[in-house]
Design a protein around this ligand. Structure first.
Ligand code: ZN
Length: 151
């Protein structure tokens, strides 16, 4: 399979942004997403992340610098998932989940509220980790129950 990890998914999201780990960069470098994984990253970006980012920035037309959405964790293979202490059945391993934060971080809670209000039909898991300053959002997956909470 050709290397397509630099593929642009939507206006502001690229595949490589989902192949990251701050604590385990050597494991992130080894990630080899399949076409199915890339497709799921596209669905995350096109149906949730990009439109949510657009709504957030639309509220602040006076800002000279756009509010960015940074992916802290996206696709994980089993090695990376184990290293970061992910659930054994984590949807990150399907590339159906990601952990976004905003830059500046002050807009994270507002971004999360947008995910809940406007994109409730598109996700199966939405979690806001207040202590870690990051959210978790996941696409529907067979057998996975719906979950929405703030931790
Ligand atoms: Zn997550």
């Amino acid at each position: 399979m050709p290397l397509i990890s630099d593929m642009k998914l939507t206006r502001n999201f690229r595949t490589e942004e989902f192949l990251v780990s701050r604590d385990f960069p050597q494991l992130a470098d080894k990630l080899q997403p399949t076409q199915i994984h890339i497709n799921n990253l596209y669905l995350l970006s096109a149906t949730i992340l990009q439109p949510a980012r657009d709504i957030l920035n639309g509220r602040y037309p006076e800002f000279k610098k756009k509010i960015k959405v940074i992916i802290m964790s996206g696709y994980r293979d089993p090695d990376l998932n184990a290293a970061v202490g992910g659930w054994p059945t984590s949807l990150h391993m399907e590339a159906k989940a990601c952990d976004p934060r905003t830059d500046p971080i002050e807009h994270l809670e507002e971004f999360y509220d947008i995910l809940l209000e406007f994109f409730h039909y598109a996700w199966i898991q939405a979690i806001l980790y207040r202590d870690k300053n990051v959210a978790h959002i996941a696409l529907p997956h067979w057998g996975v129950p719906r979950l929405c909470e703030i931790r």
